[in-house]
Design a protein around this ligand. Structure first.
Ligand code: NAI
Ligand code: MG
Length: 355
């Protein structure tokens, strides 16, 4: 079976960690034998922008549309404003391809300790399902009277019934399929009295159809505190675009850091390609040094395999990562070691070969 894969390494540490992910992909392809990836790589990044004045060619989305899946690294570098690199590359892909589910596991891997003392591996194992196409990251708004004392900036939040119902439904369906008994929804309806009261209403409406699942609506500020004080409260957390974005960087921090956190931008209807990427950015502070942790990118390959129907390979990849962490000899600096990006990739590859 053939799968077409678009690879976009991006900027900064993106290409460095993507390199390790590609080694892993090649190995599982050889080991499994039952599928083949037709890979095309695209250099759409800030370098491309500086040359062409745009992050991708005009027909970029047209080109990507025909792929089965997309593997993404990270974009952003100091010479290009972040809102340009994000709004012209990642956000159009997520929005146009209706990747309305951003699936972000928060899981303390074997071999690692959480910075939260007294929290065990069982306490730290849940998923955040982030709305990925609308909400706070809408392009509606503007700036008036720029650079005057009367300047005004407005960024509207857009919550549609269609967009909100589908993400909340997905979260309940996910909980139900995984035999999860509790679902938490992030809100802030005490202060955001239009958009978030609407969000709460939809959550309550849909919860009626899942009466074996306990629903908790928590305000985002309290919820952030619970992530640190009581992470064992959570199994499935559903959140709007901005809230989910912030919560998952926090989630990554409580399980060992940004270098460990993968994600899937999923179009559940499979009408368009889904995209897999680490949740972190291009980390300009460590780019070019060869010391970035490739685990988030490699685990993203695992999530991609799961999405394509090879869940056993996702488990194998995760087991290899955990074996290396338990062994503890090879660790990148973010995990307190001195290993390079490729040392880490090679160690995972070695385990994968022998599992
Ligand atoms: P960042 O996630 O790139 O970095 C935050 C901190 O985490 C840095 O200290 C960095 O060194 C560390 N870190 C991140 N990934 C790591 C890894 N794999 N191994 C070891 N350490 C790692 O976030 P920041 O600094 O806010 O943004 C940098 C650039 O990335 C900006 O241009 C931003 O717009 C962009 N960005 C892109 C994203 C994407 O492509 N999806 C997501 C978030 C930010
Ligand atoms: Mg983020």
């Amino acid at each position: 079976k053939h799968h077409s894969l678009a690879v976009i390494p991006g900027d900064g540490i993106g290409p460095e960690i993507m390199n390790e992910a590609m080694k892993v992909l090649q190995l599982i392809e050889e080991m499994h034998g039952g599928f083949k990836f037709d890979i095309q790589s695209f250099n759409w990044n800030c370098e491309y922008y500086l040359k062409h004045g745009k992050m991708m060619p005009d027909n970029g989305m047209e080109i990507l549309k025909d792929f089965d899946v997309i593997l993404f690294g990270a974009v952003g570098e100091p010479r290009v404003p972040d809102h340009i690199s994000v709004w012209e590359l990642i956000l159009p892909i997520r929005k146009t391809f209706e990747q309305y589910v951003n699936m972000r596991p928060i899981k303390l891997l074997k071999g690692l300790e959480s910075p939260l003392r007294h929290k065990s591996h069982d306490d730290l194992d849940f998923v955040v399902i982030r709305e990925n196409t609308e909400g706070e990251y809408s392009n509606m708004g503007g700036r008036l009277h720029q650079n005057t004392p009367y300047e005004i900036a407005v960024q509207n939040n857009v919550f549609t019934r269609y967009g909100t119902e589908r993400i909340v439904k997905y979260a309940y369906e996910y909980a139900s399929c995984h035999n999860v008994k509790r679902l938490t929804a992030a809100t802030k309806s005490n202060a955001m009295n239009h958009s978030m009261t609407f969000w709460d209403d939809i959550v309550k409406e849909i919860s009626q159809q899942y009466n074996t699942i306990e629903t908790n609506l928590y305000h985002i500020d309290a919820l952030a505190a619970y992530f640190v004080s009581n992470p064992e409260k959570f199994d499935v957390v559903v959140a709007s675009n901005l809230f989910g974005d912030i919560l998952t960087d926090l989630g990554a921090a409580i399980v060992g850091g940004l270098g460990l956190a993968p994600s899937g931008n999923i179009n559940p209807e499979q009408k368009y390609p889904s995209m897999f990427e680490p949740i972190h950015g291009s980390a300009p502070d460590i780019a070019g040094k060869g010391i970035a942790n490739p685990i988030a990118q490699i685990w993203s390959v695992g999530m991609m395999m799961d999405h394509l129907g090879y869940s056993e390979l996702n488990h194998l990849i995760l087991e290899s990562i955990e074996n290396v962490l338990v062994d503890g000899k090879v660790r990148t600096p973010d995990l307190g070691g001195t290993a390079t990006t490729s040392d880490m990739g090679d160690a995972i590859l070695e385990r994968l070969r022998t599992l």
